[in-house]
Design a protein around this ligand. Sequence first.
Ligand SMILES: [Zn+2]
Length: 273
Amino acid sequence: MKRFFLVFILIFLGTSSSLLAFTYQPQKPFPGSPLLFEVSEEVEKIRFLGREFYPFSFKGKIYILAAIPLEVKPGRYRAFLLGKQESFLEIQVFSKKYPTEHLTVPSRMIHYPPEVLARIKKEVHLIRETVSGFSPQSYLDGPFVWPATGRISSPFGFRRVYNGVPKSPHSGLDIALPESTPIKAANRGRVVLVGDFYLNGKTVILDHGLGIYTVYCHLKEILVHEGEVIVKGETIALSGKSGRVTGPHLHFGVYIRGVKVDPKVVLEVFDAL
Ligand SMILES: [Zn+2]
């Protein structure tokens, strides 16, 4: 009887994905959330929602950080674990309501003159291209850390509707900070873009490898240069209110394979493992 039971368990394990993926966080993922898998070393990549995500190691364990786009409808989706052995996990994506605010403002506040609009379009394109890149080498050094601590003045995914026209959802979160607060690298990474942009102001983008990027905007002073590799927690800039803002704060964004995800959850998923 005991032997029969053991054989049953082995057959069950052999046909399920539990040998390849041990666990994932958050347990109730939602549109706009990252998804951190702990996988076996046989897994070479995960294909999920049309994108591919690659492994990195930390303290002898192997992880894959994937992303669920904001536009994904709640439901069940398969995450394919690819390697010598292949299998899949069914992931239930839960619904999440993001706050929306309706505002009526004078039209000059939301309409830019053509030359400004042309500049904004160019800069938005450059930033989008940068965070959609892919470096095969991982710079990641374990869990992400907060670039600064303060009140979250605007959460990720927050939608503003101006005069009935919806703007794109907030691509990161805002941390209210006094000017000149040191801003730290959320993880080890290479400085891939430094610039001064119309909307985002002085901005630093770090490439953590494997298609994972962090973005820091509205800075007062930038202390790093493109190409430098920065250790986790190193000061990269001083906070400010550059670009189009109403007060000093840090805009902090995280992109995984070009998908914007809630930075707060990116920090939390590592805590939970
Ligand atoms: Zn922001």
